[in-house]
Design a protein around this ligand. Structure first.
Ligand code: ZN
Ligand code: ZN
Ligand code: FE
Length: 753
């Protein structure tokens, strides 16, 4: 018999996901002797067995891996034979630099859902988990990942749980949060009338409230959520009012995939994503109406499936197959994680508070994804994704990237890995800033980062910039759109010159203007701005973001001068003449009118001129509304001109004429989108012809527009461009930090910092 001994190294997400016990079990199954150990670069195995057993062992390793693990590589090397007589799990050394791969939180697995019905000590136990599932990042305080370093540390394991925990053949072997009805955390319901921690009663009362059209604030994995019946318009409307909630669509949770398919269009990729253990919110096309106030007129739906045991238990009692589940916070503040704050801020606007007595250590919101051209695209990267690192080919060690201002995340460099933070939010107020700086501290500690360099945006007023400047570390400043493009390059491991298309709302340029419709040639170190939308005043500066009508005026004024008031279109007729005159005065006298090349502001202007959205209730509402009316079957477009910069004055004229001629908003919106697509295509062609570069990187918040992204990618690919789009990293400002990180590291490498 030919016996061999192999040294096997498995890289990927293999720690904290039950990988070593899994290896142990398949080793036993295939008569393999040796050991398995966690190393900082992955899992190392020494395996001795006869040739055919070894082969099937490796096949099992790749094919039967734990649900939440990802194998990036398996390297196998034959070593001189060793005399192993058993197979053992070697204890992980707690050497301080070890283990950077902390698992994200994992949705409850099917085996645990079965156990929840069958295991006598876990019947309906809402904290059931195993090595394949359960909370991870949200409860971790320190490394190595052991129970006493998590917020489970206050719960003493009972004998039964301890037995399972130490039995290597058990699915709960070394499952750090293992617990049961006897020894685990408990839910508690608090309302004006009662307070109970009887598990059956908590569930009963919660379901009664929701069934009767009430609102319950429920503590989730990474923060509080507010829930109500998504088919009950009165209930949803009330929830919306109670939260002083802008018009933002609410995310919903369906009981199961069957009901989800009834209400939304789901293709194969979307179904896989929505059912994945990461359980993100997935943006889908609606099929059947929910209560109007859920999506407030949008034809899309942010849908997810249950991911906590409690969700499953709750749906078994509810009459409705779908609930609103939206983050519990005061607008612009981070999602609430403590009972104290929840009682203060959520209880007064809910019929009850449902909490549990395990602390959330790391706050994580739900993640949001969409599928475009069959590929998942991240919009918000948080629960289920964080803190999975992005593997790079360059050394980013010791760099802190501070991110942008809106939808902020930060990013830490550890060796050749970028660890992106959870979604922080808009860094505009104290609460969010506190969450931001506190999280940087926590994660510096957690991942053993010794910061030597810090990198931020050019914008001097961003709180993230101020954080960098106050850190005392050497500071690198990076232009916003260069960072957008570099983030995408980092994700795809590109380190060369590319054509970058950075389209978004706003980002400060190196000429002190507000950029956002940019074509650049760049590599990781530097960029050259090639062309952009021609500048236009942004009357009122930041105010334009929530008042698209201002941009409508700015564009019409540029094209028609004061004659704009003679235009026979609803936008002008509905306009407050005095306010409009004020805007024109501001433009004429250059008062608070920064110049911008923003594509987002152009979308705002068109939405306003079409009278679809003159005032927006939330960030990017105008472009979203414009996209949602676009007629998918219309192929025509408007005129434009690319000289030194891109001019759309003629397009604005043609749009106004179309409105006057009674062309539908759907057709006009489509023609506008097609024009932007055509502009991107034409500009890319021009740049390729001159530079010979045919790799195009598309990034920035504007590319969250499905209509736009779908066609641009198809069209460029058809013309032999290699197109790169952020997938696992958001293309909005949440991705900025990663771009900053790789640019800083490149400049450090080239010694220009
Ligand atoms: Zn499980
Ligand atoms: Zn127990
Ligand atoms: Fe941006």
């Amino acid at each position: 018999m030919g016996f061999v001994t192999l040294k096997i190294t498995v890289k990927g997400l293999v720690q904290g996901v039950g990988f070593r016990p899994f290896i142990y079990r398949i080793a036993h199954h295939h008569n393999i002797y040796g050991w398995v150990e966690n190393r900082n670069d992955g899992v190392r195995i020494h395996a001795r067995g006869n040739k055919s057993d070894i082969d099937s062992f490796i096949v099992s390793l790749k094919k039967k891996r734990p649900l939440a693990s990802t194998i990036k590589s398996v390297s196998v090397e034959e070593i001189s034979s060793a005399k192993y007589t058993t197979f053992i799990i070697v204890n992980s050394k707690s050497d301080s630099d070890e283990i950077t791969d902390i698992s994200p939180d994992i949705a409850v697995c099917p085996a645990c859902l079965r156990d929840m019905k069958e295991q006598s000590h876990r019947i309906n136990f809402p904290f059931i988990n195993c090595t394949n599932c359960g909370p991870r990042f949200s409860i971790i305080k320190d490394l190595p990942y052991d129970r006493n370093k998590t917020t489970m540390n206050v719960f003493q394991m009972c004998d039964v749980c301890a037995g399972e925990y130490s039995d290597v053949m058990d699915r709960r072997f070394h499952a750090q949060p293992v617990a049961c009805l006897k020894c685990g955390p408990r839910y508690e319901l608090i309302s004006k009338y009662e307070k109970t921690n009887n598990p059956g009663k908590v569930l009963e009362l919660t379901s009664v409230i929701i069934n009767n059209g009430g609102t319950v604030s429920i503590k989730g994995i990474g923060g509080y959520f507010m829930a109500c019946d998504a088919l009950n318009e009165l209930a949803v409307k009330q929830l919306r009012q109670s939260r002083l909630r802008e018009g933002k669509p609410f995310a919903v949770m369906f009981k199961g995939i069957e009901t989800l398919r009834e209400y939304a269009m789901v293709n194969a990729e979307e179904q896989e994503l929505v059912q994945s253990w990461r359980r993100p919110i997935v943006l889908l096309k609606s099929r059947k109406n929910l209560a109007f106030s859920v999506s407030v007129g949008f034809d899309t739906l942010g849908a997810m499936l249950p991911y906590m045991p409690f969700h499953y238990l709750l749906f078994s009692k509810l009459n409705t197959p779908v609930i609103v589940l939206t983050s519990g916070n005061i607008p612009d503040e981070p999602i609430i994680i403590t009972d104290e704050e929840a009682s203060k801020k959520l209880l007064p606007v809910s019929d009850a508070l449902v909490t549990y007595n395990r602390e959330i250590f790391n706050r994580v919101d739900d993640s949001v994804q969409m599928v475009v051209n069959k590929t998942p695209r991240s919009i918000r990267r948080s629960r289920g994704y964080v803190p999975e690192p992005v593997d790079l080919e360059q050394n980013v060690n010791g760099i802190i990237a501070c991110g942008a201002e809106l939808v902020n995340t930060f990013c830490l460099g550890k060796g050749k890995q970028a660890i992106m933070s959870q979604y922080i939010g808009d860094l505009k107020n104290w609460e969010t800033y506190e969450f931001y700086s506190e999280s940087i501290e926590k994660q510096k500690m957690l991942f053993r980062i010794d910061p030597v360099l810090i990198v931020c945006d050019l914008h001097p007023e961003y709180l993230s910039t101020k954080y960098a400047l106050e850190s005392g570390l050497p500071v690198v400043k990076v232009q916003h759109h260069h960072a957008h493009i570099a983030a995408c390059m980092a994700e795809h491991n590109l380190d060369e010159k590319v054509i970058g298309v950075g389209f978004d709302g706003i980002g400060l340029g190196d000429d002190n203007r507000i950029w956002g419709g940019e074509f650049i040639i760049c590599d990781l170190a530097d960029y050259e701005r090639v062309t952009h939308f021609s500048y236009i005043p942004m009357p009122g500066g930041d105010k334009t973001a929530l008042e698209p009508w201002r941009m409508g005026i700015a564009y019409l004024y540029k094209v028609y001068g004061s004659d704009l008031f003679k235009l026979n279109i609803p936008f002008i007729k509905d306009l407050n003449r005095k306010n409009a005159m004020d805007i024109i005065q501001m433009i004429d006298n250059d008062i608070n009118c920064p110049l911008t090349s923003s594509s987002g502001r152009l979308f705002d202007a068109v939405a306003a001129i079409l009278n679809i959205c003159t005032h927006s209730g939330f960030h990017a509402e105008a472009p979203m509304r414009l996209e949602s009316v676009a007629d998918q079957n219309c192929l025509s477009s408007y005129s434009y001109e690319i000289r030194h910069t891109i001019h759309v004055e003629v397009m604005i004229k043609e749009i106004v004429n179309d409105i006057i001629n009674g062309i539908t908003a759907g057709e006009i919106s489509a023609k506008f989108h097609n024009t932007v697509i055509s502009i991107i295509f034409a500009a890319a062609n021009k740049i390729r012809k001159k530079s010979g570069i045919s790799k195009v990187v598309l990034s920035g918040g504007t590319f969250q527009n499905r209509y736009l992204l779908e066609s641009v990618e198809k069209k460029l690919t058809k013309e032999n461009y290699k197109v790169y789009i952020p997938g696992s990293i958001p293309s909005n400002d949440s991705g900025i930090a990663l771009g900053q990180l790789v640019i800083a590291s490149k400049r450090r490498e080239l010694k220009c910092v």
